[in-house]
Design a protein around this ligand. Structure first.
Ligand code: ACO
Length: 329
């Protein structure tokens, strides 16, 4: 039994933070940000709302599109690096708000790669026949952990959520065909948030030392991302005896336009085959891929039976690719 995507949705907050706005906040310029990252603006969620708020909005869009009610869900799987709180899970908060009264759920943490990891995990619950309707959500309120005095990171990130519904297909022709996922903890010093966990619980000292913000060694992550995103995408194509021409769309993690361009070049794939929306949203961490997928669907870029490749990388390091056939008419 194959797992197919039967609905896709997203949510972005209304408030825009533009490069011009950032020029007033840190020593940067629209020109630097645009040429080095491809980002023009990002969305910022209201201070008094958390990641679950956006996850609920994205999930509601999916339920409405599919024409089912929340109590039909069996499982809510949320990938996030910015849960509303340490516990209970963001999945629990979303379950409550959706009134999804017949399901189980949990959070999955894999940095920016979280959504692809969650989709792969959910597909296994469908393939075993255990569950029939799984809401997979990728949501992050990056503005809650970004230091808006640090020009190295504050220009990069934004807030958003995306979601898909996964269901069983009665044909083997559609749905999730394969995935390759990797973990290499040697990246633990390149991208992390040190404070607030069990090793360094929040104290006045951790706050004074700004340990409640994300830290990134951008150059190191950049090199890692270019190599691995291209390699893993090539690998999944080879493994499934497909070439770049067989693929309708590549939906990559949106961290930096130069990373996407370099990966496309390395793979010798036409840039038109890539879904790119980083200009409008920046890096929304686990939300980038479902958000890009939702927009591509709305724009009519995917037809039933089209091969799609997702490729991702993030903190850990964690990275991978997922190959599937689009199943919605
Ligand atoms: N405006 C102006 N100058 C800046 C800015 C800014 N916003 N940010 C950095 N600079 C400066 C630096 O201070 C540095 O100055 P120096 O040479 O005097 O020290 C100079 O620009 C060049 O900095 P680099 O780090 O070499 O710039 P680079 O071209 O590598 O771009 C960037 C930096 C955009 C962060 C890039 O390295 C990148 O995109 N890295 C990958 C990020 C990424 O993908 N992260 C997501 C991972 S996934 C997850 O799980 C969250």
């Amino acid at each position: 039994m194959r797992a197919i995507i039967t609905g896709v949705g997203h949510f972005v907050p209304d408030r825009k933070l533009t490069n011009k706005d950032l020029e007033q906040m840190v020593d940067t310029s629209d020109e630097w940000i645009t040429t080095r990252t491809g980002i023009k603006e990002r969305r910022i969620l209201e201070k008094d709302k958390g990641t679950s708020y956006m996850g609920v909005k994205a999930a509601k869009m999916v339920l409405e599109q599919r024409g089912i009610s929340a109590d039909e869900l069996d499982l809510i799987l949320v990938s996030t690096a910015t849960p509303d709180m340490m516990f209970p899970s963001t999945a629990a908060l979303i379950q409550k708000e959706l009134k999804a009264t017949n399901c189980w759920g949990f959070d999955l943490s894999a940095g920016c790669a979280g959504f692809v990891c969650a989709l792969a995990t959910a597909s296994q619950f469908i393939e075993t026949g255990k569950y029939k309707k799984i809401m997979v959500i990728g949501a992050d309120k990056m503005s809650s952990i970004v230091n808006y005095e640090d020009r190295n990171t504050c220009v990069l990130f934004g807030d958003a959520a995306g979601a898909v519904l996964l269901e069983p297909s009665n044909t083997d022709d559609l749905g999730i065909e394969d995935f390759l996922l990797y973990l290499d903890g040697s990246g633990d010093k390149s991208l992390y948030m040190a404070g607030g966990g069990s090793l360094m619980p929040a104290t006045l000292e951790t706050v004074d030392n700004q340990m409640h913000y994300l830290y990134q060694d951008g150059k190191t992550v950049f090199k890692f991302a270019v190599t691995n995103m291209a390699d893993v995408s090539k690998k999944i194509l080879e493994k499934n005896r497909l070439s770049g021409e067989d693929i309708k769309l590549f939906i990559p993690h949106q961290a930096n336009l130069r990373i996407i361009d370099a990966a496309a070049k390395k793979m010798k794939i036409n840039r038109d085959q890539f879904v790119i929306n980083i200009e409008n949203y920046g890096n929304t961490t686990t939300a980038t891929i479902p958000l890009a997928m939702s927009e591509a669907y709305q724009e009519g870029r995917m037809q039933k039976g089209d091969w799609i490749v997702l490729s991702t990388f993030g903190a850990g390091y964690t990275w991978g690719s997922l190959l599937f056939k689009w199943a919605i008419d």
